[in-house]
Write a protein that binds this ligand. Structure first.
Ligand code: SAH
Length: 223
């Protein structure tokens, strides 16, 4: 009897966690990066819950997108300075020899600098590679990518790995990226789970609206 009620309780807790994760996830994708910063700084427990849910989701995928970024960096000189926007558990920094600046809203690891990715404490043109791995969550995409442009050296690399279903119009997205000062170097659209896009910084972001710069929120279904 007690075995059965324990199992029932575990199942209910699991459901509740799942529901809270989906709710937090939806908030992150439908608000600005500032809203996300406010949410997690007032409720760090929510962040940890979010991360458990995130881990459970990506474990179902055939490959973790961050592993693709790791492979990419290992092919390039270890002297390149990297900035990881929305670093999560710092898998990237832990897997490469490069100096990696890790930014997130809450520190899951001592390597993390806690900040909103729309405003990172780095000097202009100080990094060679900027990474957003499943991290382009805020609705203020233009501002976030503008910040990446600011910290990148001219000719520096921007790597974006994002959930494939978030792209409504990839062509329009890449065109908008041109306006933000990023030309497409390579795109891997072969996975049905996530795309990997490589850009080079061509110059500063041009002012004005970039209407093609839109990504659908990534909402998870109840399972
Ligand atoms: N890049 C990691 C984690 C992806 S989950 C990986 O691939 O494993 C997305 C991460 O972005 C989360 O850790 C979340 O807290 C972070 N994030 C979301 N909005 C942010 C913001 N405004 N500023 C900094 N980090 C943010």
């Amino acid at each position: 009897r007690s075995g059965r009620s324990a199992a029932l309780r575990a199942r209910m807790e699991e459901r509740l966690l799942g529901a809270r994760f989906r709710y937090l996830n939806q908030q992150l994708y439908t608000g600005s990066s500032r809203d996300a910063a406010r949410l997690f700084s007032t409720d760090p427990a929510a962040f940890h819950l979010y991360h458990r849910g995130f881990e459970r989701q990506v474990r179902r995928w055939p490959e973790r997108p961050v592993q693709r970024i790791v492979r990419y960096l290992r092919r390039r000189p270890a002297s390149l300075v990297v900035a990881d926007f929305g670093c999560g558990d710092c898998t990237l920094a832990a897997s490469v020899k490069n100096q990696v600046h890790c930014f997130d809203l809450v520190a899951l690891s001592p390597r993390v600098t806690v900040c909103d990715m729309a405003k990172v404490p780095l000097a202009a043109e100080s990094v060679d590679v900027a990474v957003f791995c499943l991290a382009l969550m805020g609705t203020n995409l233009q501002e976030i990518l503008g910040e990446a442009n600011r910290v990148l050296k001219l000719g520096g690399t921007l790597m974006v790995a994002e959930v494939a279903s978030r792209f409504e119009d990839t062509h329009a997205f890449l065109k908008a990226m041109m306006q933000l000062g990023f030309k497409t170097v390579s795109k891997d659209l072969s996975s049905s789970y996530f795309y990997v896009l490589e850009f080079a910084k061509t110059g500063p972001a041009r002012p004005g609206a970039a209407p093609g710069l839109r990504l659908r929120p990534c909402l998870y279904k109840r399972r």
